[in-house]
Design a protein around this ligand. Structure first.
Ligand code: FAD
Ligand code: DLZ
Ligand code: SF4
Length: 509
């Protein structure tokens, strides 16, 4: 006899999810539902929609094969109510007024909806190394939060890359070795591709019908949609690309979308990969001598450090965090974030690849599209909704702190010790975009000057009162004030021309 209903959300696709643990399949009915509300709270990239729905359908099949009874509601089911509220109510109408269990939602928005559900037990999501309460315990009372100290605490707690109480390799962080630019003669493997099976093809047809106007290419669709394939993708990364992950972590090459990155965040964030297993495998690869310490440490820091840190910060600071705007930025997001129609070769390349793959690596997000938005004073809420929509790995708990905190400095420095702003010189050093650009990366003003240059100095000038209080920005502020007034005027006039054109042009300037 069925005694309880368990709702499994689209980003909870693992059989040891806390809501199912210790339950008897004979007494449990699992509910999974593709609903319009979740598909449309931001205009998700179409590849992301195919990925989530196909992974959900494959997971439902895996649950059934393991003996569970699953009610699965497709998006195009005529009876579909369009919301998780509605689907829980419909399931209770069908099955009787059963008690509901669900693992806590990853996003504040949905957690608030779920809090209102009757006869519902919300079980903590323990797929993370630290709980939200662990983070608050660590953070509260600290004058300043820094990821590095949280990360060291997590290394000690997990024993990852530790020798007793000491970090392996004698230091905690090898970031200084991880800033090499890539060159064209580097050989790297691409992430493995998984051709769409019949289930995925059905989902593709459905998403094409239901979301004809959403941003993003569906084809070629090559993401893994099962745990087994996601594990194959991760194993390939460890075998072929991890060793150089650290060294070239910050590099960008035109046309090379993935470099030595893992391309696994989309799998981790919906449950197809387990962060503990991923970190353990990388720790092992280092101890077996297969990869150097700067690669293993750099990688584990991203997952054990950054990923956990931003989640803790999110739950600690929500709901207010979503609307923070410390720099008072109000300009609308330029149309070229959707069309890629801009002469800035770096921005165009990052937006194009985002449209093609629902993927850009960290430095493209942070130092190209994010950097431009910050320099140009784009409304951080608009920037946030763009990042949440366009990446296959985007969920608010991880995207929001990265955007509001790390990228846009909209929290006033809670997450980042300084704004991540840079002129064209940084992009030129770390990439080959500038050689194919119509702008001159060496010029600071004039019609052909790289927009990142004039906007960078204009940003420093606009915010100099605030920036001079930040030790790592003081040199830039001093540099600006040391420039001749005539040059300052020319730079600011160039910046203003760019900003004016952003306000008036629809898709380019
Ligand atoms: P790799 O570079 O190979 O890194 C390995 C793993 O480390 C990633 O898969 C990811 O799980 C983790 N990781 C790395 N950096 C971060 C970080 N800063 N925060 C949290 N986890 C990290 N990541 C998301 O998972 N979802 C998002 O919505 C998201 N939005 C972002 C928005 C902005 C503005 C910025 C600057 C970064 C964002 N990130 C986000 C972090 C990071 O860019 C992506 O995790 C990474 O690019 C995913 O690609 P990958 O799997 O190849 O990562
Ligand atoms: C991202 C997503 C999408 C696009 N669609 C669904 C859906 O139809 N049904 C569902 O259960 N989950 C979906 N998800 C994942 C949810 O948005 C995610 O569970 C919440 O954002 C909480 O993290
Ligand atoms: Fe980007 Fe400026 Fe280089 Fe052009 S010159 S690619 S706009 S950094």
């Amino acid at each position: 006899m069925v005694r309880q209903l368990v709702l499994v959300l689209g980003d909870q696709l693992c059989t040891d999810i806390s809501s199912l643990r210790d339950l008897d399949p004979a007494e449990t009915r699992i509910l999974m539902a593709e609903v319009a509300d979740e598909a449309a709270y931001v205009p998700h990239h179409r590849k992301k929609l195919v990925f989530v729905f196909s992974a959900m359908r494959h997971f439902a099949a895996a649950l059934r094969a393991a003996g569970w009874q699953v009610d699965y509601v497709t998006l195009d089911d005529p009876a579909n109510s369009g919301s998780l509220d509605g689907e829980v109510a419909r399931a209770r109408d069908r099955l009787g007024d059963l008690p509901l269990r669900v693992t806590a939602a990853g996003e504040f928005r949905l957690a608030e909806i779920m809090r209102r559900w009757r006869r519902t037990t919300i079980v903590p999501d323990d797929r993370f190394f630290a709980s939200p309460a662990d983070f608050v315990h660590w953070a509260e009372g600290r004058a300043q939060l820094r990821m590095e100290y949280f990360y060291r605490m997590m290394r000690r707690r997990t024993g990852l890359l530790m020798e007793g109480d000491e970090p392996v390799g004698g230091q905690w962080n090898f970031d200084a070795e991880n800033r090499k630019a890539a060159s064209r003669d580097l050989l790297m493997t691409r992430p493995p591709r998984f051709p769409p099976d019949a289930v995925t093809q059905q989902v593709i047809a459905m998403v094409e019908r239901a979301f004809p106007d959403n941003f993003g290419d569906i084809a070629p669709f090559w993401f893994a949609v099962t745990r087994r394939d996601a594990e194959t993708a991760f194993d390939e990364f460890v075998a072929n690309r991890l060793a150089r992950f650290g060294t070239f972590q910050d590099a960008m090459l035109d046309g090379e979308k993935f470099l030595y990155h893992a391309v696994i965040a989309q799998y981790l964030n919906i449950g197809l990969l387990d962060p503990r297993a991923v970190c353990a495998a990388v720790d092992r690869a280092y101890r077996e001598g297969a990869v150097p310490i700067n690669a293993a440490e750099g990688f584990i820091r991203q997952i054990l450090g950054w990923r956990e840190y931003v989640r803790g910060l999110y739950w600690w600071r929500m709901p207010g965090y979503a609307t923070e705007n410390a720099l008072g930025a109000t300009r609308p997001l330029p149309g070229f974030y959707w069309t890629a129609k801009t002469d800035m070769a770096c921005v165009a390349a990052c937006v194009r690849q985002t449209r093609e793959e629902a993927y850009a690596h960290h430095i493209q997000r942070l130092m190209v599209t994010g950097n431009f938005a910050l320099l140009a004073g784009i409304d951080p809420g608009e920037v946030h909704r763009w990042y949440l929509a366009v990446y296959a790995d985007a969920y608010e708990w991880v995207e929001l702190p990265n955007t509001i905190g790390m990228s846009q400095f909209a929290d006033g420095g809670l997450l980042a010790s300084k704004p991540y702003v840079a002129s064209g010189a940084y992009i030129n050093r770390m990439s080959d975009y500038c050689s194919g650009c119509r702008y001159d990366v060496q010029s600071r003003h004039g019609a052909d000057a790289c927009p990142f240059n004039s906007l960078y100095w204009d940003f420093i000038a606009r915010h100099s009162e605030r920036l001079k209080m930040i030790p790592r920005m003081q040199l830039a502020v001093k540099n600006w004030h040391g420039r001749p007034a005539s040059e300052q005027r020319q730079i600011r006039a160039s910046a203003q021309a760019i900003l004016d054109s952003l306000d008036t042009a629809d898709d380019c300037y």
